[in-house]
Design a protein around this ligand. Sequence first.
Ligand SMILES: [Zn+2]
Ligand SMILES: [Zn+2]
Length: 420
Amino acid sequence: MKSILTLLAALTLTAIAGDSAHWWRGNLHSHSYWSDGDDFPESIAELYKTNGYHFLAFTDHNTLHLTNKWVNTETGKSAKVAFSKYAARWPKEWLETREGKDGKTEVRLKFLAEYRGKFEEPDRFLILQSEEITDRWKTAPIHMNAHNLREVIKPRGGDSVTQTISNNVAAVLEQRQRTGQPIFLHVNHPNFGSAITPEELLQVRDARFFELFNGHPTVWNNGNSTNRTPSMDRLWDIVLTRRLAELKYPVMYGLGTDDGHNYHTNRVGASNPLRGWVWVRSAKLTPESLIAALEAGDFYSSSGVKLRELRQDAKGISLEIEAQPGVTYTTQFIGTRRGYDARNEPVRNAAGDALRVSHTYSKDVGAVLAEVKGAKASYTPKGDEIYVRAKIISSKPHPNPPQTGDVEIAWTQPIVPTAQ
Ligand SMILES: [Zn+2]
Ligand SMILES: [Zn+2]
């Protein structure tokens, strides 16, 4: 009887997901003139919309797009080029200008409430009201994006890296509870400024997302031996293994984002848009529907590889890649097995003091459990995996990589097999 009910429940779930779910592509990290980006929100929204995105979050530092702000059309960042494109694109009535203190022209930045209607369309394009909460612990930049906010959140600070993240997560959850509006937070670019070690990140129980791929050139997605920072894949495996096996915390999901600041010249070393994104599977293109799917792990991250099909649940992962001619694909199923060698050691300096860098771990943590070549790949858990995730690596060079040598990749979210 129980098995029939379980089967019926599974069929119902499949039917719901199958009938009404769509894949939506989005970028959850972008800067504009509202902080240190070098373009107008309208120009950036148009760029994403015309490049096949369905949603975009503006995440300017410690601000939403709703106060009075003016930009100098000559001395602002990339101002001449940004303003000439802006003035050519929009009618005169849209441009609100004044003479600045230096006698140069200034233009008022439109509020989100003013410009969103020019881009948003049901089932086509959505803009999220978001913020990069830009905090700091000593010299470590602690940045976190909060999405679908109703009010701006001031950085909360804290006595340690973990406490700083934790205090800001609490502020987000407080606003969510008080307003009833779904709001979610992700921890940004852990390696930027050697900010956050895996051991610090994994301790924040309610931090459920981090940036696995960020398009900024100095966030060291692939790790950096000089700074002794791990790759984001390595960090993720340490975080997942210890959260699940030791702390009994929920999984942490990994996001692909842009963190675009420079919209006028594309090159390695610049912080350009269109480098990394997420594909989210949800019924509707609304903040509520997208956030529910993200929190259920029903999405994947990409820096170019697109999936035609993805099934990921406690019983396994199977996927089909939308293969491009002449490109080869290798899918790695990565995970940690129960009974793994859990020893880990801090790295010490010559005086024997532990450094605030990632500990060293055995090869059991985040091992490649299987590798499959070609456009289709699947993995059925053997039963002793703590988690499994898939990384799909293509042979195609990223067209505008944050770092030289990057290829196009996709990452699915971790599953926790039922046998446990
Ligand atoms: Zn940042
Ligand atoms: Zn940023």
